[in-house]
Write a protein that binds this ligand. Structure first.
Ligand code: NDP
Ligand code: OXD
Length: 306
């Protein structure tokens, strides 16, 4: 079996060593233009030339959960596209989002600023019932995030395409109840895949439907948020602020207003990192299963785009 590796965001050597250990019977190499055809590919944002040359692939394994960059390319027709299914990202995402919610809810940013000025000050405790959290996307990551927030006794709502049942979470499905979901939320967490249906889903019209003092946490993709609308709504006092991990352009360009906005906290696309060893083990297991004709989890539906 031949595997080709084409990830534009990471040096290949440690990945190749890990795959060689997990799959000693396979040959795996970093792709170079003109390389021999392989059976399976491990990729992140490969160039179109790679896919054009590797038309015979049976499986394309993305080393992240989001396949939006891959879906923009022309893919070999016969290849199954498979994304990372948790691989240690769900726990990271739950930590990150719970931290962002709690930091705002408990006003830890305000305490931090006060302490820096030598002030020993107290603020009136807030009620969780005034801070319901809406999680858009109840997939592998969103469900874990929603359950973790419910574990802190926040009222939690979730929204997905198909109906779900998640303990402690009020679930909404499809377009019809979307406005009710927004109107019931004060925190809005985005954990949707970026597809033509979800591009720009957080814009003036939708964000204005949140409860007064809404707070946005975007940990999915920059393309979900109309950045100018967010800034305007915060500056108008309709939204309280935002914690943003992903951006229209990454790295965030120098001089972008998000760098210095007092009510926006930014992180450099780090809320849930691909963990190399977990990902190698998961992909190696799936390649083995696929080569035996067995089903694997995390196969992308090309029509839905995720
Ligand atoms: P999943 O595919 O498991 O879940 C996606 C969820 O979104 C599902 O519940 C799905 O509904 C829902 N959904 C999709 N389209 C719609 C729609 N049009 N309307 C309503 N709901 C919709 O993805 P993951 O949870 O694994 O990952 C989510 C995203 O998080 C990734 O696509 C990626 O972009 C981002 N991500 C960001 C990271 C970071 O570091 N910032 C790290 C990892 C991922 P249904 O269940 O009905 O299909
Ligand atoms: C992913 C990411 O999609 O890191 O896995 O953004």
């Amino acid at each position: 079996m031949k595997i080709t590796f084409c990830c534009t965001n990471t040096p290949p050597e440690p990945w190749l060593a890990g795959f060689r250990q997990m799959l000693p019977q396979a040959s795996i190499d970093a792709w170079e233009p003109g390389a021999a055809p392989a059976d399976y590919a491990v990729v992140w944002s490969p160039p179109q030339q790679f896919l054009d040359e590797q038309q015979q692939l049976k499986g394309i394994f993305n080393i992240g959960a989001g396949v939006d960059a891959l879906m923009k390319l022309t893919l070999p027709e016969g290849a199954a596209v498979v994304r990372i299914d948790d691989g240690g990202m769900a726990a990271q995402m739950a930590e990150f989002v719970c931290h962002a919610v709690i930091r705002h809810f408990r006003e830890l940013d305000v305490y931090e600023a006060d302490v820096k000025q030598g002030k020993w000050s107290f603020r009136k405790p807030r009620l969780r019932s005034d801070y319901p959290v809406g999680v858009m996307g109840l997939g592998v990551l969103g469900e874990r995030v929603a359950q973790s927030l419910a574990g802190f006794d926040f009222p939690v709502m979730g929204w997905s395409r198909s109906p779900k049942q998640v303990d402690g979470v009020r679930c909404y499905a499809g377009q019809d109840p979307f406005n009710d979901f927004l109107a019931a939320s004060r925190f809005l967490v985005c954990l949707l895949p970026l597809t033509p249906d979800t591009q720009g889903i957080m814009r003036r019209e939708t964000l204005s439907k949140l409860k007064t003092g809404g707070y946005i946490i975007n940990v999915a993709r920059g393309g979900h948020l109309v950045e100018e609308d967010l800034i305007e709504l915060i500056d108008e006092g309709r939204l309280a602020g935002a914690a943003l991990d992903v951006f229209q352009t990454e790295p965030l360009p120098q001089g972008h207003p998000f760098w210095t906005h007092p009510k926006i906290t930014i992180t450099p696309h780090t809320s849930a990192r691909t963990l190399r060893n977990e990902s190698i083990a998961q992909i190696a297991g799936k390649i083995t299963a696929m080569s035996r004709g067995e089903p694997v989890a995390g196969v992308v539906d090309r029509n839905r785009g995720y």
